[in-house]
Design a protein around this ligand. Structure first.
Ligand code: ZN
Length: 301
């Protein structure tokens, strides 16, 4: 996501005021249901179209210079759910709202990254209108990177909830599970929230044991992905196991089992017999699974 988050400018109220008055500045919009897009990608509205000074200034950052006329362009965010219906209708005119999952598949990677950032930040604001310390209403501070409670002076900052997601291997097979309600034969990597006071590696070992009864070891970090449903950060791991028969333990999963490399490769290639469907290509689960299959195939050859 090539946006400059402009951390050093957030406290500069004069700069924020000038930027809000700059006709080149643009606004991105989203609701709890999705992000506003037009034929070019995320819809970039002028501040006048977004309601002018009436909007609460949530600064996203500075858009790449190539998009503006010479210099970089400040991008702000507006929550469609916080507007009255006429104002929301004015912003959304000529565009349409699509879910973040759709956006991830339909938009180019930099725009999809921006959509994830926009969604994560607005999700947090939407859910933190009241102080967690004293219950009084909070207001936007630091141009949208904080909320302040005037009653007790507490500052609240955007939260990100860490989730570990892992492919566990044993003897050329990989451990995958499925939730009830997923499409038939859909399986994915096991995943779960990190607990307070827990390292990421401990979370990997605990989650695998809780969801499958399998003991795993040597968790190794691979990559991460923002997952604003509503505010998660997925942390992808690989781990190994001595094997064993996985079993549904805590009822969170409907089924959990080993899949062979051949089964996974067929499913990824789309030429399987339908017994296994792998996660969609925008997900880190798919990335981890494809990476594992590639490495496992190399080791086997
Ligand atoms: Zn408070």
């Amino acid at each position: 996501m090539p946006l400059d988050r402009a951390a050093t400018l957030r406290d500069d109220e004069a700069w924020i005021a000038r930027t809000l008055a700059d006709p080149a500045s643009r606004v991105l919009a989203a609701s709890a249901d999705g992000v506003l897009v037009d034929d070019t990608g995320l819809a970039r509205r002028t501040l006048a179209e977004a309601g002018g000074e009436a909007i609460a200034p949530i600064l996203l950052g500075l858009d790449a210079p190539s998009r503006g006329a010479g210099g970089s362009v400040a991008l702000f965010a507006v929550d469609l759910d916080g507007l009255d219906p006429p104002a929301a209708a004015a912003i959304t005119q000529g565009g349409r709202t699509i879910s973040l999952r759709e956006a991830g598949a339909a938009l180019a990677a930099p725009e999809a990254g921006l959509a994830a950032y926009l969604t994560a930040l607005l999700n947090w604001h939407r859910r933190h209108g009241h102080c967690a310390n004293c219950g009084a209403p909070t207001r936007i501070a630091e141009a949208g990177y904080a909320r302040r409670c005037d009653a007790c002076a507490a500052m609240h900052f955007p939260r990100t909830d860490p989730v570990v997601i892992m492919v566990v291997e044993h003897a050329g097979s990989v451990l995958l599970g499925r939730h009830a309600g997923w499409p038939a034969n859909q399986y994915s990597a096991l995943a779960g929230f990190v607990s307070p006071g827990e390292s990421l590696e401990e979370a990997v070992v605990r989650e695998v044991r809780e969801e499958s009864g399998i003991d795993c070891r040597d968790p190794a970090f691979v990559t991460s992905q923002p997952w604003p449903f509503p505010t998660s950060l997925m942390l992808g791991f690989e781990a190994r196991s001595h094997g064993g028969e996985p079993q549904v333990i805590d009822g969170e999963l409907e089924d959990v089992r080993w899949f062979t490399l051949a089964e996974v490769r067929s499913a990824i290639g789309g030429n399987g017999d339908g017994r296994l469907r792998v996660p969609p290509s925008i997900s880190i689960a798919r990335f981890l699974l494809e990476r594992w299959a590639r490495d496992a195939a190399m080791r086997a050859s």
